[in-house]
Design a protein around this ligand. Structure first.
Ligand code: KG4
Ligand code: ZN
Length: 334
C-alpha cells in the first residue's frame, strides 16, 4: 500500500499543510501570520486566532494542488508539540475532526523530530548516526540522530533560543521583527572583529543566550550615551560582530559534540540555519574537519508541514497511530 497522508503544522505562527504519498512530499502550503510584525514578536492569542482563520484554506489548497481527494487519504498527521498551546489546539482539533469524519487514523508528530526529518525530504540525505543542530526562534538543540524515530538531545539551551537572541538584539537596535534576517543582511557588509562580546560558559553541550542579550543591551546603552548616533553609524559592524559571536557559540558546541561522538555527518535545521554567517563558518569548519554537512532547502528550515509529513510517513510505516483522546503538549521531549 502507498500511504497518502495529510500533515498539519500549527505550533507557532505559520499555518501549514502538506500532502505526502509514499514518502514523497508533494507540496508545502504555508500561511505566514504578518500580524505579529506590528508587535515585535509572536502574540500567542493572535496566533491562535490566525490559525483558526487560515486552516481550512491552507488544508484545501494542499489537497487541491496535490490533486488528492480527501476520500483517498490514509491518515492525518498533526504537530502535537512543543509549541504555543493555543496554536497547537487549532491543528490538533482540526486533525481529530477530519480523522473522525473520514474514519482514518491520526498520527501525532513531535515538532523537533520533524525539524530533523526535514533532511529526508530531498537529496542528499544524511546517514545514521548524524548530529543535527536545530536552531530557530524557539529552539536551540544538538540532536544525536540514531534512526528516523530514534533521537537523543545531547545539548540544548537552558534559557533563550539563538533566534530569540538575534531577534531581541535586532529590536534593541530598532530593527523590525523578525530581526534575524536583517542582522544577517547588515553583517555581510560589516567588520566582525570590530566589537567583542564575552560568552556565558555552560557545562557539557548546553547553551545559554540570555547573557549575551543583557550584555548587548548594556553595550548599546553605554555607546549611545557617548554618541547618540552610534547605532546608525556602526550598524553593519555591530551586526557582523554580534552575528560572529552567536555563530561562534553554536559552532563551538557542534565541534565538541562531533568530537565526543566521533560523528562526521553534521546537519543543521530551523530558521537560523538560513544565516549566511552560520552556513559559511560551518562549511569552513567542515572542510577542516572533513565533515559531510547537510542544510535543507530554506522552505523546509523554517516551520512547515512538509517536515511534519515526512515524520508522519515514518510513523505510518511503523503503524504508530494516536487515538482520538490525544491532547497537545506545550513541552514535549524528542
Ligand atoms: O524555524 P523558524 O521559522 O520558527 C521558529 O522559531 O520555530 O525560525 C525563525 C527564527 C527567527 O528568530 C528569525 O529571526 C530567525 O529564525 N532567522 C534568522 C535568519 N533567518 C531567520 N536568524 C539569523 N539569520 C537569518 N538569516
Ligand atoms: Zn520550529
Amino acid at each position: 500500500m502507498h500511504p497518502i497522508i495529510l500533515a498539519i503544522e500549527s505550533s507557532c505562527d505559520e499555518t501549514s499543510a502538506s500532502v505526502i504519498t509514499n514518502g514523497k512530499v508533494l507540496n508545502n502550503i504555508i500561511a505566514t501570520q504578518a500580524i505579529h510584525q506590528k508587535y515585535g514578536g509572536v502574540v500567542p492569542e493572535l496566533a491562535s486566532r490566525a490559525h483558526q482563520q487560515n486552516i481550512v484554506a491552507v488544508v484545501s489548497e494542499a489537497l487541491s494542488t496535490a490533486g488528492i481527494d480527501k476520500s483517498k487519504l490514509s491518515a492525518i498527521a498533526f504537530t502535537r508539540g512543543p509549541g504555543l498551546i493555543g496554536s497547537l489546539l487549532v491543528g490538533v482539533s482540526f486533525a481529530k475532526g477530519m480523522a473522525l469524519a473520514l474514519n482514518i487514523p491520526l498520527i501525532e508528530i513531535n515538532h523537533m523530530q520533524a525539524h530533523v526529518l526535514a533532511h529526508f525530504i530531498d537529496e542528499p540525505r544524511p546517514s545514521f548516526p548524524f548530529l543535527c543542530l536545530t536552531v530557530s526562534g524557539g529552539h536551540t538543540q544538538i540532536v544525536l540522530v540514531k534512526d528516523f524515530l530514534d533521537m537523543e538531545v545531547i545539548g540544548e539551551t537552558q534559557d533563550d533560543a539563538v533566534g530569540e537572541a538575534f531577534d531581541k538584539a535586532a529590536k534593541l537596535m530598532g530593527l523590525p521583527y523578525p530581526g534575524g534576517p536583517l542582522i544577517d543582511k547588515h553583517a555581510q557588509l560589516g567588520d566582525a572583529k570590530r566589537f567583542t562580546f564575552t560568552e556565558t560558559v555552560m557545562p557539557n553541550l548546553d547553551f545559554s543566550f540570555s547573557g549575551i542579550k543583557t550584555q548587548f543591551m548594556y553595550f548599546l546603552r553605554d555607546e549611545v550615551r557617548k554618541n547618540a548616533d552610534f547605532i546608525e553609524q556602526n550598524l553593519n559592524d555591530i551586526c557582523a560582530s554580534l552575528q560572529a559571536h552567536l555563530v561562534g557559540m553554536l559552532l563551538k558546541r557542534v565541534e565538541q559534540a562531533a568530537k565526543q561522538t566521533n560523528i562526521k555527518e553534521i546537519a543543521i535545521a530551523g530558521g537560523v540555519s538560513a544565516n549566511s554567517g552560520l552556513r559559511k563558518s560551518l562549511l569552513a569548519m567542515a572542510e577542516r574537519k572533513q565533515w559531510q554537512v547537510y542544510i535543507p532547502a530554506f522552505e523546509y528550515c523554517t516551520d512547515n508541514a512538509g517536515m511534519i509529513a515526512m515524520a508522519a510517513h515514518y510513523k505510518f510505516l511503523k503503524g504508530d497511530f494516536a487515538d482520538l483522546s490525544v491532547t497537545p503538549l506545550a513541552r514535549m521531549p524528542i
